[in-house]
Design a protein around this ligand. Sequence first.
Ligand SMILES: [Zn+2]
Length: 126
Amino acid sequence: MSEKDEKQSAKRSECGWAGCPSNGEVGLDERQWCRGHFFRVASKRLEGCRAIVGDLAENRQQELGAAAKFLTELIGQSTSLAASAQFLAPAEREQLLEISLAAADCWKKLQDRGRSQRGKTAQIAQ
Ligand SMILES: [Zn+2]
């Protein structure tokens, strides 16, 4: 790695995963992640979103709002990663597709839930 490269990588944010030496490639949830950790973080957070969206018994507006925000970001970042990273390995492409589909599915459920409730709740889908 040349000195110039080192400076550039130092300027870029590092992966937010503790102990990961890679540079951040994808932003999510106010942090930068390398590709591999983006998949891991996204999968984990998606599970949380599914649990929140699926929990019909509780009134959890704050969590729903946060889930909507996260899903919007995740869908956007997955799309741009798919478009920009032409060198994605087949397994990575598969993971990305899986995450995109899961995020879209969760997003749809969130919107359906918003519609089925009264008043302000619909705004979470904005
Ligand atoms: Zn990493």
